[in-house]
Design a protein around this ligand. Structure first.
Ligand SMILES: Nc1ncnc2c1ncn2[C@@H]1O[C@H](COP(=O)(O)OP(=O)(O)O)[C@@H](O)[C@H]1O
Ligand SMILES: [Mg+2]
Length: 645
């Protein structure tokens, strides 16, 4: 107990100390000293965000250990930014475009005067991306600001115009922007223009406290009042102060609040055009009108807007909007299309939620397959499931060969892939539904999730042919795909030391195939006896992937050629190295136990030996991530579907 208390206290004190170091307070004169020490404290909003993104570092996507990633991105240089990488999956290209925007904006390119606009379907991560930026700002060291300024403005605005050139030279900074009406008034009234005495403080970004982060939700069309953006005049003060007295101003609009940081426009095109004009002027001219007759107010903020594609198209098709269109940098945020990454999305959402149930192996995978299939556009080059696997960087085997389809070409053939289909939220809801149907088991598994997806697809308002296609994915394609996964899994649980057996088949196959190709003999590893290559054995493997007759010779040569190439590059080979052979070996192992697994799994009563085998298998499954509830479910499912009588 005591030690806990000590830990708590230490944490609190440390936190306070670190916060106090952020509580710098001084006069403007002292602030100038700070600037001379570290000119970068005066940087503008875009540069601040860019630095924030770059600080945790970046790497080339090819620096990954994942062979699938290497295969997918081998011809495409792409950076992965750590700032986003832990939370966003499979949208590296989108993230790179966002970073590129900030990079040029930080260098004061044209982008610094344009709106960053994220466009994509629901649930593709637009809001989350903006939220990540906002959270990043909240974690930054606070900015220096004029005390009492409603817009936490840059203290350098206090410098009169005629001195700026000289100060810029001395401090090595660029000074832009003018005092807001409130500060201008206070300077005159309280300091008699002795600006060097104006107190400067540090302020932390905070979305909740509306400091440096402003949010503009879509506004009720009947109540479009620009005060949401630029603040208002406090009517109750109008009788105390004369018209034009800045003390009546409430500079609390989103664009005021977001000064130095970021302003988010949610569902931006739902707003009236008048709103959009204010947004555009704020980025383009870096000024916004003050409410009433108070002139213009300088703002320095990153404007990020987002909406779905339909709204964008509608807006774009109106020619009167051309001037606005020219001032927008569009970044598409499509759905992720990589299976491994889609699974990570749900793992992340589950981790951050209250969802506390067992998730059986392959559950998220099957749900993710459905999501991705629904997002893919058909191609004449292959079926959709094959496309899904190719997009995932997998090698797809057909007739004993790796299918030669260029993923790059597949992607070039489509225009709007990823802009349609099932959203992350739909899938999450299905996971929730599956759980509420199995509260007693407290477990979701591929079977109840697929069931939930089928029900939701039937109930959701969808065009008929879309619904038909989704049901085909679920009831046909995914059904088959899952059964394959399941059979492999059960085989692994059944075969004693699966890995070793697979390796030994692999080695044997290589020995015999090599001898066959080179017309030599095989030396038995134990007896050292010289034997003829065993063609019967070779065939028993090859026929698993439909290589028969004259095709066998070619296949054996390919295997040996592959092996030579691998050994030249001193690669370690295993049964998993050469995809076609891996598949053949796994199938061979499956065949070898198919009968026994069928009998044992389906049996109502088992003799002693069978019971023993069954229990070992169940135990192995549990070790591989099943719980007592889903072990039952999947084995029943296997009994009814995999080994139908
Ligand atoms: N590619 C992705 N990587 C990580 N999470 C994602 C991705 N796409 C969607 N999500 C998650 O899905 C959920 C819905 O996303 P959200 O940002 O609300 O979408 P949008 O604003 O585009 O409708 C969030 O939890 C989000 O983090
Ligand atoms: Mg959103």
């Amino acid at each position: 107990m005591e030690s806990d208390k000590a830990i708590f206290e230490k944490l609190i004190l440390e936190d306070r100390a670190s916060r106090e170091s952020r509580n710098w307070r001084g006069t403007f004169l002292q602030y100038l000293d700070q600037v001379r020490e570290e000119a970068s404290i005066t940087k503008l909003a875009h540069a601040r965000v860019y630095e924030m993104i770059m600080t945790p570092g970046a790497r080339d996507i090819l620096e990954s250990d994942d062979s699938r990633v290497k295969r997918l991105f081998k011809d495409e240089p792409l950076r992965v930014y750590n700032f986003f990488a832990e939370e966003f999956f499979g949208i590296e290209r989108t993230v790179a475009q966002i970073v590129r925007y900030f990079h040029s904006a930080a260098l004061k390119g044209e982008e610094s005067r344009q709106v960053l606009y994220l466009m994509g379907p629901v649930g593709s991560g637009k809001s989350s991306l903006v939220e990540r930026l906002q959270r990043g700002l909240e974690d930054l060291t606070p900015v220096y600001a004029i005390e009492g300024c409603p817009m936490q403005e840059e203290p350098l605005h206090l410098l009169p115009r005629h001195l700026r050139r000289e100060f810029e030279k001395m401090l090595g900074v660029h000074i832009e922007g003018d005092l807001c009406p409130v500060c201008r008034y206070r300077l005159k009234q309280e300091f008699g223009t002795r600006y060097e005495e104006v107190p400067i403080i540090m302020r932390s970004f905070s979305k909740r406290n509306r400091i440096g982060i402003g949010v503009v939700p879509p506004v009720d069309p009947n109540n479009q009042d620009t005060s949401v953006l630029i603040g208002s005049e406090d009517i109750s003060k109008l009788d105390r102060f004369s018209e034009g007295d800045p003390r009546v101003l409430d500079l609390n609009g989103a664009l005021n609040v977001g000064n130095r940081g970021l302003v988010e426009f949610i569902e931006v095109f739902k707003n009236e055009i008048e709103y959009l004009h204010a947004m555009i002027t704020a980025t383009q001219e870096k000024v916004i009108p003050a409410p009433g007759r108070h002139g213009m107010v300088y703002v320095d903020t990153v404007i990020v807007a987002h909406s779905n594609e339909a709204e964008w198209q509608k807006f774009k098709s109106d020619h009167t909007n051309e001037a606005i269109l020219d001032r927008i940098v569009v970044v598409k945020v499509p759905y992720n299309l990589r299976l491994t990454e889609e699974v990570k999305i749900y793992q992340k959402i589950i981790r951050y939620s209250d969802f506390r149930a067992h998730v059986a192996p392959h559950t998220l995978e099957v749900a993710s397959m459905f999501a991705i299939l629904s997002r893919l556009e058909p191609t004449p080059k292959c079926d959709l499931m094959t496309k899904l696997k190719l997009y995932n960087g997998e090698e797809v085997i057909e007739k004993g060969r790796t299918k030669k389809i260029d993923v790059r070409e597949l992607r070039d053939d489509v225009k709007r892939e990823g802009m349609n289909g099932i959203s992350t939220r739909f899938i999450m809801k299905a996971l929730d539904n599956a759980l509420s149907d199995n509260l007693a088991g407290n477990c979701i598994n591929p079977i109840n999730v697929r069931e939930a997806l089928i029900n939701m697809t039937k109930e959701t308002d969808l065009p008929d042919d879309t619904r038909r296609q989704y049901l085909e994915f679920l009831q046909d394609i995914l059904h088959k795909e899952y059964l394959e996964l399941l059979e492999k899994e059960i085989t692994k649980a059944f075969v004693y030391s699966y890995q070793e057996q697979a390796e030994s088949l692999f080695q044997n196959y290589l020995d015999h195939a090599e001898a066959y190709v080179n017309k030599t003999k095989v030396k038995d590893r134990n007896t050292k006896e010289e034997l003829q290559p065993d063609e019967g054995f070779l065939k028993s493997i090859e026929e698993q992937i439909a290589i028969i007759g004259s095709a066998a010779e070619g296949f054996r040569q390919e295997v040996i050629a592959y092996l030579w190439a691998a050994s030249r590059r001193s690669m370690r080979v295993s049964y998993q190295s050469y995809e076609p052979l891996r598949e053949a070996i796994e199938k061979r192992l499956m065949t070898s136990v198919r009968d026994i697994s069928r009998i044992i799994t389906k049996a109502r009563t088992r003799d002693e030996e069978q019971t023993e085998k069954y229990n070992v298998m169940v135990q192995n499954l549990i070790e591989n991530g099943y719980c007592p509830n889903c072990v039952d479910v999947v084995l029943k499912y296997a009994a009814n579907n995999l080994w139908k009588d």
